[in-house]
Design a protein around this ligand. Structure first.
Ligand SMILES: Cc1cc2nc3c(=O)[nH]c(=O)nc-3n(C[C@H](O)[C@H](O)[C@H](O)COP(=O)(O)O)c2cc1C
Length: 216
C-alpha cells in the first residue's frame, strides 16, 4: 500500500470544514464519487455486519422536499451530491445467516466451519440482551461509515457538510423507509465549497490534544 505522509493527512483534516455554502455549478466527478461509495462500503462495523444503507438522492424535486425538512439548509439542494445514511432497525437470524454465507463464499470456507461464528453473533445481537438496543447499535455503526466518508472526502479534496439538522421521521416518510426496515440516521451534502463561504475562513475550534487525549 502507498501511504500518505503526516503532513498531507493533517492538511486534509484541517482543510475539511462543515461546508455551509456549496458551489452549485461544480459536480463531483463520477470516479471520485464511486471512490466515496467504496469508502462507505469499506467502513468497519461490529462483526462486519454492515447494518446500514446509503441513499444517494438524485431527484431534484425530492431534494427540495428534503431541504424543506432540514431547516431549509441550502446544502441539501446546492451540493453536488446529497446522501442519506440509514440504519437497519432490526437484526435477525436471517441477516446473520446472509452474512455468514457471504463470508463462506468470499473466503472459500465451508458454511459449517462458520457455525461458531454464527452462534456468537446470534447469541450476542439477536437473542442476547443487546438486542433490546439493536436500533441504537445499528445507528452507531452507521456513524462509523459517516466519519469514514468525511475523512475520505477531505483526502480527495471534496467538501462535505455532515447534517443532523434534519427531520429524520419526515425523511423516513419521504423516502418510503418504514416499509424497508431502515431508518434515517443523518445526511451528508458533498461537493465543492463556494468561493465566498465565510465558514471556510473560520479557525478550527478544538480543545487541546493534551486535554482530550490522556496517556495512562
Ligand atoms: C453528526 C453531525 C451533525 C451535524 N449537523 C449539521 C447540520 O445539520 N448543519 C450544519 O450546517 N452543520 C452540521 N454539523 C457540522 C458541525 O457543526 C461542525 O462539524 C462542527 O461545528 C465543527 O466544525 P468543522 O466541521 O467545520 O471543523 C454537524 C456535524 C456532525 C458531526
Amino acid at each position: 500500500m502507498e501511504t500518505i505522509d503526516i503532513k498531507t493527512l493533517l492538511a486534509a483534516l484541517n482543510w475539511r470544514y462543515a461546508t455551509k455554502k456549496f458551489d452549485p455549478s461544480r459536480k463531483i466527478p463520477d470516479a471520485t464519487w464511486a471512490a466515496l461509495e467504496q469508502a462507505l462500503v469499506l467502513s468497519p462495523s461490529s462483526y462486519g455486519l454492515q447494518p446500514w444503507k446509503f441513499l444517494v438522492i438524485e431527484n431534484p424535486a425530492l431534494r427540495e422536499q428534503l431541504k424543506a425538512n432540514s431547516w431549509g439548509q441550502a446544502q441539501v439542494t446546492d451540493a453536488s451530491h446529497f446522501l442519506v445514511l440509514t440504519a437497519k432497525t432490526d437484526l435477525t437470524e436471517v441477516d446473520v445467516e446472509r452474512y455468514v454465507q457471504s463470508i463462506a463464499s468470499v473466503r472459500g470456507q465451508k458454511r459449517s466451519d462458520l457455525q461458531g461464528n454464527y452462534d456468537m453473533m446470534v447469541g450476542s445481537l439477536v437473542k442476547g440482551p443487546r438486542h433490546a438496543h439493536i436500533k441504537e447499535w445499528a445507528k452507531r455503526q452507521t456513524y462509523i461509515a459517516f466519519g469514514n466518508l468525511m475523512t475520505s472526502a477531505a483526502l480527495l479534496g471534496v467538501d462535505a457538510c455532515p447534517m443532523e439538522g434534519i427531520d429524520a421521521a419526515k425523511f423516513d416518510e419521504l423516502l418510503g423507509l418504514p416499509a424497508t426496515g431502515y431508518i434515517t440516521v443523518a445526511a451528508c451534502a458533498l461537493g465543492y465549497r463556494a468561493g465566498d463561504d465565510k465558514y471556510a475562513t473560520y479557525k478550527k475550534v478544538r480543545y487541546p490534544v493534551g486535554e482530550m487525549v490522556e496517556h495512562r
